[in-house]
Design a protein around this ligand. Structure first.
Ligand code: C2O
Ligand code: CU
Ligand code: CU
Length: 482
């Protein structure tokens, strides 16, 4: 197998535009200037997390049965109640519980059956974000509605490598509200590689799920309708794994954080206190070819990363994970330092050399800043197929975030049913954080990103902006894979 080789493409930087190469800088310093204007995403008033509560972790879902290579799970979307602020109970949604959902663990090659029940008072769908399944009821897009009181069963075989995926609802027009109320959960895939690398993998002991969300609690209550904002619904309160302002307690060793940006809209600009370096292990669709040392990361809505943080390198017993310069999650370090060895060569994958020189066969423009959020100038139409692509054939897509009279903002672009590779950003080799398999990429204003997309299965799939408010108002299209 050959290592992924990128060649520099001729620079196609727009004349007169100052396009930064560094996509991981905080928004405040990442403004792309165009005739003196700035295009930062709305920043929010996310308050410092002082770690008042202990971080808890979603339960691991116990299969209803396992038989050799077959595994059966049951998942119910239901109403619940939570107390986020002392003395105030608020209505929520959750999977098999009050808020968020359990972690489903799957293995490559496994034959999976999942019984899906909708106990909500409204229609929903169960979408498996990042899973390469057929584009029908299995994918759980907006066409796969499950009415209240109904149970449906899906079956698929896991045909992809180890990765941290997630699941959430996708009903047209109501995705943002349902996710905000608590519908989201993690889906882990393991394979022979992930089990042989000696990476930390004891759930919630040295391998921690970290679901980042921001919420605004109105007198302690979670009311989407009262805070909803088409441009971006942003919160002032940090919620991680459904806990308000939590601190993580972790052993003094190398620990693995599987971070999901489960926010409706917020882009996180992550780093550690004192710019402490960490190792990036995996992006949305699986491991990088080798661990990559970084000091900061941009994580748009829907994106995931797995990172390894060496807590033996911290002086003292605390380390803060920051968003820009604000404390997002304090970490309390316990016990005596323990050295752990792991393999830095993580996996191998191939990209045919000719892909990097190939002209795009599909182009998508993203636009919108206030109300009109469009892909290729159009709003979603469930009766229109926007693109077609042959199953198993790799095509180059070019995604461009364009500027209109309204202005522009960063949009996280997501495609269902595929894990793709980023070929270039403005004609240049992408940063390390974009060199692994991805299903969602944050595209900054004026950036042109080329990706190599292949669908292993057939069906009708969505591609859309993962700012859920944008998706709900129609920043979404459909591709038929035949
Ligand atoms: Cu994470 Cu179409 O979704
Ligand atoms: Cu998805
Ligand atoms: Cu958007």
């Amino acid at each position: 197998m050959k290592k992924l080789g990128y060649v520099l493409l001729a620079a196609t930087i727009l004349a007169g535009c100052n396009t930064s190469e560094d996509t991981s800088a905080p928004a405040s310093t990442h403004a792309h200037s165009h005739e003196g204007e700035r295009y930062d995403n709305p920043q929010h008033m996310l308050q410092e997390n002082l770690g008042e509560q202990a971080l808890t972790f979603p339960p691991l879902l116990t299969p209803t049965s396992t038989d050799g290579n077959q595994i059966v799970y049951e998942l119910t979307a239901q109403q619940g109640n939570m107390t986020f602020v002392d003395g105030v109970e608020t209505g929520t949604y959750g999977y098999n519980g009050n808020f968020l959902g359990p972690v489903l663990r799957l293995e490559q090659g496994q034959e999976v059956t999942i019984k899906l029940t909708n106990d909500l008072p409204e229609p929903t769908t169960f979408h498996w974000h990042g899973l390469e399944v057929a584009g029908d009821a299995r994918d759980g897009g907006p066409h796969a509605v499950i009415e209240p009181g109904v149970t449906e069963t899906i079956q698929f075989t896991v045909n992809q490598q180890a990765a941290t995926l997630w699941y959430h609802p996708h009903p047209m027009g109501y995705t943002a509200k349902q996710v905000y109320k608590g519908l989201a959960g993690l889906l882990y895939i393991e394979d022979a590689t992930s089990k042989s690398l000696h990476l930390p993998n004891d759930y919630a002991i040295n391998d921690f799920p970290i679901i980042l969300q921001d919420r605004t609690l109105l007198d302690g209550e979670l009311v989407y309708e009262e805070v909803a904002n088409t441009m971006s619904t942003l919160g002032d309160t940090v919620m991680i794994n459904g806990v308000v302002n939590p601190a993580l307690t972790a052993p003094k060793e190398k620990v693995r954080l599987r971070i999901l940006n489960g926010s409706n809209a917020l882009t996180y600009y992550l780093k550690f206190e004192n710019d402490m370096p960490f190792q990036l292990l995996a992006t949305d669709g699986g491991f990088l070819q080798e661990a990559s040392e970084l000091t900061k990361l941009t994580l748009g809505a829907g994106e995931r990363v797995e990172i390894l943080v060496d807590l033996t390198q911290v002086e003292g017993n605390t380390l803060a994970l920051l968003n820009n310069d604000t404390i997002l999650m304090p970490i309390n370090i316990t016990g005596d330092a323990k050295e752990i060895q792991y393999d830095k060569e993580l996996t191998t994958f191939e990209v045919p050399d000719d892909l990097v020189e190939q002209a795009p066969t599909k182009s998508i423009t993203m636009e919108g800043m206030t109300e009109n959020f469009l892909l290729n100038g159009q709003s979603f139409d469930p009766d229109r197929i926007d693109l077609r692509q042959k199953q198993g054939v790799t095509e180059i897509w070019e995604i461009e975030n364009i500027i209109t009279d309204e202005g522009a903002m960063a949009h996280p672009f997501h495609i269902h049913g595929t894990q793709f590779l980023v070929i270039s950003v403005n004609g240049k080799t992408p940063d390390a954080s974009m060199q692994g398999y991805k299903d969602t990429i944050t595209v900054q204003p004026m950036d042109k990103v080329r990706i190599a997309v292949r669908f292993p299965e057939k069906g009708i799939y969505m591609f859309h902006c993962h700012i859920l408010e944008h998706e709900d108002v129609g920043m979404m299209g459909q591709i038929e894979v035949y």
